[in-house]
Write a protein that binds this ligand. Structure first.
Ligand code: C2O
Ligand code: CU
Length: 535
């Protein structure tokens, strides 16, 4: 195994898309950012220097950071942000993980432009065999404004402040030809008759998507860095934070085919995503490059059937090895509240993301991890409720129990080695939002998922305890629930959050602290490099 030393500068770069020119934060002036390609077992040492005006952190999405919690990156959770003209060195090893991941800024909305692919090639041959080529495909958004400016508007209101004439979905940074004043359409040359691996990464901020290729179906082989039982499909639903690896055989008539993403499965009310598909072109070698490409068909985004049918096919390729006995169960109700203000408070935040009717306040001036490691008092408490205030969750309209949110920095501690089950129940909020929840530091088995209200007696009878898929991000359906299981075998402070940036910035997150176990291998070492100071 190898150690890779990278020198990264977060700096502004002037970018023009769809006739909007804007200075956006980037890594080394690249949008999307540099691709990291390493082998399983390699070590990354990435020196990040901040040369733009906003504080920044980087996160390595899906990487477990086993005993390297200080390199995880969420601002005020595992580190203070890197202030302008300061640096921090992220060092971690890619052990026991392989596949498609990504890295992104983990502060404000800078993930919008500060992101890139992180590809870990497996030690052992991939079960799907050799491919003729690999193509990373990053789904994103282009606002036409600095992402932090867009965020500021969202914090206080549902009204979108992005430039609506230039808002676009993007494939590897390009919106493609269907938007107003569109610029270049990217062309990817492929060989007829060959099979390629597409590494699809959803780095977008605020909407779900469908991926599709005109006239071609794909075979899903992995998601979130875990192999799946392969299955064929003509579309791939993606939520922010998810990655999906698919095989595609270019066995159609020599020609040009659009591929890309469209909004879906359901639009978020108040935040209509761009309903125009973002596409690039697969061009067979030898095809006439003046012919107009075939346009893909995306599933109807108002119909949940295609989404549900896809989810039913997700099965772990490998044998299930999580102990069936659950040591600790949590039922968290997640949602959006519109009146998260205590009347006596002079509240500025009108909309809140809530879990258990509570909005998580990040600590000020420190991080949870530093407070935990130093034993500092008064930064957080460990009494986050394991159950919601009411099990009488109404999934068809806002429940009064969940309309008057509280705020605080309350979290949960876990015993090292314990098997944890978290059921996330999504109650009705505004329209039809799902919540793509992401857990840091672990993969989790999705043992159950359904619409309606979780029933602690009946619902577990429907669980898949044979071959449940292993993910790090899963959509909690609107008016429905998912049940996750993981082993708390990674000592440290781990964020659980909705990967829609608008919900995250409204406070829809929680933290688990896994306490040290016995002996060196179960203990979190101190930081490898000096941590940034908060000011
Ligand atoms: Cu992709 Cu907490 O992040
Ligand atoms: Cu959400």
């Amino acid at each position: 195994s190898k150690t890779h030393h990278l020198n990264w500068t977060v700096e502004n770069k002037r970018v023009t898309r769809n006739c909007a020119t804007v200075d956006i934060p980037t890594v080394n002036g690249r949008f999307p950012g540099p691709t990291i390609e390493v082998n399983e077992g390699d070590t990354l040492v990435i020196k990040v220097t901040n040369k733009q005006q906003y504080p920044v952190t980087l996160h390595w999405h899906g990487i477990k950071q086993f005993r390297t919690n200080y390199a995880d990156g969420p601002a005020h959770i595992t580190q203070c942000p890197i202030q302008p003209n300061k640096s921090y060195i992220y060092e971690f090893t890619l052990n026991d993980q392989r596949g498609t991941f990504f890295w992104h800024a983990h502060i404000n909305w800078m993930r919008s432009t500060v992101h890139g692919a992180l590809i870990v090639h497996p030690k052992k041959k991939a079960p799907y065999g050799a491919v003729a080529g690999e193509i990373p495909i990053i789904m994103g958004e282009f606002f036409g404004l600095h992402p932090n400016v867009v965020e500021l508007g969202f914090i206080n209101t549902l009204a979108p402040v992005e430039n609506r004439t230039t808002l676009a979905s993007t494939i590897n940074g390009f919106p493609g030809p269907f938007f107003n004043c569109s610029s270049a359409t990217k062309v990817y040359k492929v060989k007829k008759g060959k099979t390629y691996l597409l590494r699809i990464i959803d780095a977008a901020l605020n909407s779900d998507h469908y991926f599709a290729v005109a006239n071609h179906s794909v075979t899903v082989v992995a998601a979130d860095g875990n192999y799946l039982k392969p299955f064929k499909t003509s579309y791939v639903p993606m939520s922010p934070g998810q990655t999906t690896d698919v095989l595609i055989k270019f066995d159609k008539p020599c020609g040009r085919y659009y591929f890309g993403m469209n909004a879906g499965p359901v639009p978020a009310v108040g935040a209509p995503p761009p309903f125009v598909p973002a596409v690039s072109i697969f061009q067979y070698e030898g095809a006439d490059s003046t012919t107009s490409p075939v346009v893909p068909v995306f599933p109807d985004r108002f119909n949940l059937a295609p989404l549900n049918a896809y989810h039913a096919k997700l099965k772990n390729l490998n044998r299930y090895h999580l102990p069936r006995k659950v040591d600790k169960s949590f039922l968290y109700v997640v949602g959006i509240s519109s009146v998260n203000c205590i009347p006596s408070e002079n509240c500025t935040r009108k909309i809140a993301g809530t879990m258990q009717n509570m909005t998580f306040d990040d600590p000020v001036g420190t991080s949870i991890l530093e407070a935990y490691a130093s034993g500092a008092k008064g930064v957080y408490t460990t009494d986050f409720p394991a159950q919601p205030p009411s099990l009488n969750v109404n999934t068809t309209r806002p429940d009064p129990h969940y309309l008057a949110g509280n705020r605080g920095t309350r979290l949960r501690e876990l015993k090292f080695g314990s098997v944890v089950q978290v059921v996330l129940q999504n109650f009705f909020a505004f329209g039809v939002l799902d919540h793509p929840f992401h857990l840091h530091g672990h993969d989790f088995y999705v043992v159950g998922q359904n619409y309606g209200v979780y029933d602690p007696v009946q619902s577990p009878k429907t669980f898949n305890l044979k071959d449940p898929p292993l993910f790090n991000t899963i959509g909690v359906p609107n008016g429905g629930w998912v049940a996750l299981r993981f082993k708390a075998n990674n000592p440290g402070v781990w964020l659980l959050h909705c990967h829609f940036e608008r919900h995250k910035s409204w406070g829809m997150h929680q933290v688990f602290i896994t306490r040290n176990g016995v002996g060196k291998s179960q203990t979190l070492p101190g930081p490898k490099h000096p941590l940034p100071k908060c000011t």
